[in-house]
Design a protein around this ligand. Structure first.
Ligand SMILES: Nc1nc2c(c(=O)[nH]1)N[C@H]1C(S)=C(S)[C@@H](COP(=O)(O)OP(=O)(O)OC[C@H]3O[C@@H](n4cnc5c(=O)[nH]c(N)nc54)[C@H](O)[C@@H]3O)O[C@H]1N2
Ligand SMILES: Nc1nc2c(c(=O)[nH]1)N[C@H]1C(S)=C(S)[C@@H](COP(=O)(O)OP(=O)(O)OC[C@H]3O[C@@H](n4cnc5c(=O)[nH]c(N)nc54)[C@H](O)[C@@H]3O)O[C@H]1N2
Ligand code: SF4
Ligand SMILES: [Mo]
Length: 734
């Protein structure tokens, strides 16, 4: 078992200290510009251009500095409520994304077999004409729905518009079925609303914060990490449940090194204690709850003594932590998590997290979940999109009844089987499906069934290696994107704008989307010629102008009431209009109306469960070629319990190959023996070891968890892809 002595792990708190240092440097940018301007600059006068970051999807407000046409540095924008003037280490390295020597420079057309990565450079006209011709042929043979768009992030908005105008509903992102989908479903089934992104978590005001696998600090979502530091600074109690002693675990009063895959049992036992000991918020539950009596009867057997042998967490620890949570309610936030596609019962686990929050009365309360607002900006007045008769291809017969978005895995399945109808073209924007989807072999087989495969990327990523046409995009510092007006604590409106021109023949997404639409006869959907016209039209309809946003980067709106105690009227858009402790919707779909624990298979003798997560200085595979970030972390290592390493004779830094239950291998990768992980699992940081020829060999270091995720379990509630169900052995050498 992992030792939990806090003293012993003091050194890892350096992780948090490093974060503070990295983020703290960037505060007073606007009022203190003199330090840069005073110096004589070679490239021309110093310009400060407000924009927002794209090194991950949090979209922190930033200010880029350029000398003439040359980027110098990028810092947080103090006017931005998300970054509050501080960027994370990745955001600070944004400049290197533009100067990355491995960038794609010209459109490429495949010359040989798919995946052989032999290309001819072509002009944009040639590339787009080729795509348009293929798309028309697909439409003639199979209908417009047979084109699918995979698109992750804000940059895909204009392409989504083109594809909706084209007439396909098959528009999907790996941030749903491979990431937060089960959480959205679990919370919506319970409260009638999901937690959104940025999450509506009032971490800043929490007096007790429970984190179940949410490894804040490694998971570097800026606002959350800053608010976590504030909460800890003001003495909040932290409870961390993780098989691995994460960076946040080092800040925890209670660290629970749970057996992987058993969180549901812990959640049920916690709720059992709250109900049995009458510690829950009875007034809140009476006012807002539906089906509480059935729920209470259902969870009555799930005592801490029952959960103990399943989770490895002692009954007194379960009781003590439940009481601790109750003591601080309603400012007792149980974090909803984000990447929750673990074991295939994830929507039900998310629902249990939602119900635990409901018992603590945190929804709509200070220190729990606030009510977010957004700036209202009317959409551009486009003509209506054509209606598809056929519906989406991902979820035939509504097999996953509570799927709210299109399932990327379902589109892949339709591409493989031709059911419910053939999918013959993939247009892939800013997502590396080889890394993001489980089971790479299925992805490759699906790609082989396509008549057209287009990838828009900034480097020759793994997925670009499988394309027929590769389109090089301008990076965020070189382009406009759509406006950002997300739901948050304070409403705001933010603009991304070009700071410097692209260095070669790269084009921005809006231009690609528009040019393609023109070639497809969809000109009516592009009444504007340049994105500036589009932005100005939308901004004017909201009472602003492009000129104002270009100057300010961000404009704040008027915040609404955040909590019920501020006068916010509680509303639960569920069928009953209340918080559904017992879910009639789930029962009617033949699913458990109150969450149940279902065991997940255990690793066979000699195998370890493969777990994976984030490192503060990388975003998945997106930052692998960033020279600054790869200098900070060049490769991942495989975390292995130190006692196990000693018993098996593995030494620190020794190279091993990982082999999973199906014979898939990854590595060579260095072993990191550590007391910070249980004996039954190993851990890799995700995103390393891409194998594309488009990326120089020095970035192939480490091991790719994605290669080892051959097995996945589909969530019966919403079709999520549970991926923490693979087991690996370590083999000496390469
Ligand atoms: N095995 C495994 N699978 C996972 C996860 C995991 O931890 N392990 N995590 C899951 C999660 S939480 C998520 S959200 C998804 C994420 O999945 P993805 O969003 O697919 O993440 P990446 O693999 O980083 O792929 C991003 C791609 O976009 C490219 N790119 C970067 N910037 C730009 C740009 O400006 N323009 C264009 N056109 N392209 C750009 C990058 O080069 C890269 O190829 O993966 C999920 N899948
Ligand atoms: N630096 C950085 N930050 C990021 C990202 C990034 O790429 N880089 N990506 C962002 C995105 S899109 C997402 S979705 C989030 C993902 O980040 P999170 O939602 O915080 O976390 P996960 O990736 O699900 O989980 C990883 C943690 O869960 C633990 N874990 C694994 N199995 C179990 C289990 O069975 N039970 C429990 N209790 N814990 C378990 C692992 O040990 C690890 O500490 O991060 C975001 N932040
Ligand atoms: S969290 Fe970091 S990488 Fe993500 S948008 Fe903010 S500064 Fe950029
Ligand atoms: Mo994610």
């Amino acid at each position: 078992m992992v030792s939990v002595s806090r003293r012993r792990f003091l050194q890892i708190t350096a992780g948090i200290a490093a974060l503070a240092a990295a983020t703290g440097s960037a505060t007073q940018v606007l009022g203190n510009s003199g330090h840069g301007e005073a110096r004589a600059r070679k490239g021309g006068p110093l310009r400060k251009v407000p924009t927002f970051c794209d090194l991950c999807f949090w979209k922190c407000g930033a200010i880029a500095y350029a000398e003439g046409g040359r980027l110098w540095k990028i810092e947080g924008n103090p006017a931005d409520p998300l970054s509050r003037g501080r960027l994370c280490p990745r955001g600070t390295a944004g400049v290197a994304m533009a100067t990355d020597t491995q960038r794609l420079t010209r459109p490429l057309l495949r010359k040989k077999q798919r995946g052989e990565e032999v290309w001819t450079a072509v002009t944009w006209d040639e590339a787009l004409d080729f795509i348009a011709t293929k798309m028309r042929r697909i439409r003639e043979q199979h209908g417009p729905e047979s084109m699918a768009l995979f698109s992750h992030g804000l940059g895909g908005n204009f392409l989504k518009h083109t594809f909706k105008a084209w007439g396909t509903p098959n528009i999907t992102a790996p941030s749903y079925a491979q990431c937060r989908g089960p959480r959205d479903a679990g919370f919506t089934l319970t409260f009638g609303e999901d937690v959104g992104s940025p999450e509506r978590t009032d971490i800043r005001n929490a007096r007790c914060l429970t984190l179940i696998g949410s490894h804040l600090g490694e998971n570097m979502h800026n606002t959350q990490v800053q608010e976590f530091a504030e909460a800890v600074g003001s003495g909040a109690t932290v409870i961390v449940v993780d098989p691995r002693y994460s960076v946040v675990a080092s800040k925890a009063k209670h660290y629970l090194p749970i057996k992987p895959g058993t969180d549901m049992a812990l959640l049920l036992a916690w709720m059992n204690v709250l109900v049995r000991e009458n510690l829950y918020d009875r007034e809140y539950v009476a006012a807002h709850g539906e089906g509480f009596a059935e729920f209470a009867a259902d969870i009555a057997p799930w005592t801490p003594e029952w959960a103990w042998p399943i989770t490895g967490i002692a009954p007194e620890t379960i009781r003590e932590t439940a009481r601790e949570m109750a003591r601080h309610r309603p400012a007792s936030l149980v974090h909803p998590g984000r990447h929750v596609t673990w074991y295939g019962d994830d929507a039900q686990r998310a629902r249990a997290v939602a119900l635990l929050n409901a018992l603590l009365g945190t929804w709509g309360r200070k220190g729990g979940f606030y009510a977010p607002t957004r700036m209202s900006v009317p959409p551009y007045p486009y003509p209506p999109y054509p209606k598809s008769e056929r519906g989406t291809a991902d979820n035939p017969d509504g097999k996953y009844p509570f799927a709210e978005e299109v399932l990327s895995s379902g589109i892949r399945e339709a591409t493989l089987t031709g059911r419910p109808y053939p999918v013959k073209g993939w247009f892939v924007y800013s997502t590396n499906l080889m890394q993001a989807l489980p089971n790479q072999e299925e992805t490759i087989k699906a790609i082989q069934n396509l008549d057209l495969m287009v990838v828009v990327d900034v480097v020759g990523s793994d997925i670009a290696g499988w394309a027929d046409v590769v389109l090089p995009e301008a990076v965020y510092l070189e382009r406009y994107d759509d406006l950002n007006a997300e739901l948050f604590r304070e409403p705001f409106l933010a603009l991304r704008q070009p700071v410097v021109p692209p260095p070669a023949d790269q084009k921005p997404n809006w231009w690609i989307a528009r040019e393609l639409a023109m070639r497809l006869g969809l000109g009516a959907y592009y009444p504007w010629k340049h994105v500036e016209e589009y932005l100005d039209t939308r901004l004017k309809s909201a009472g602003f102008s492009l000129a104002e946003l270009k100057e300010k980067g961000i404009v704040p709106g008027k915040p609404g009431p955040l909590y019920y105690e501020d006068g916010l009227v509680p509303e639960f858009p569920t069928p009953s209009g209340k918080i559904e402790f017992f879910s009639r919707q789930l029962a009617d779909a033949g699913l458990a109306p109150v969450p149940r624990y279902t065991p997940t298979p255990e690793p066979p003798e000699g195998y370890f469960r493969l777990l994976f997560g984030r490192a503060p200085v990388h975003t998945f595979g997106r930052t692998q070629t960033n020279p600054l970030l790869s200098e900070m972390m060049e490769e991942n290592t495989v975390w292995l319990n130190e006692d196990v390493a000693n018993r098996l004779g593995f030494t620190s830094g020794e190279l091993v190959t990982l082999r999973n239950q199906d014979g898939a291998t990854a590595g060579p990768v260095k072993v990191r023996p550590t007391q910070r992980i249980r004996r039954d699992c190993v851990f890799l940081v995700h995103g390393f070891a891409q194998t594309s020829k488009g990326i120089a060999a020095r970035f192939k270091k480490g091991a790719s968890d994605s290669r080892l995720v051959t097995r996945y379990v589909l969530d019966p509630v919403m079709g999520g892809n549970g991926m923490n169900v693979n087991f690996v052995t370590l083999e000496r050498g390469v």
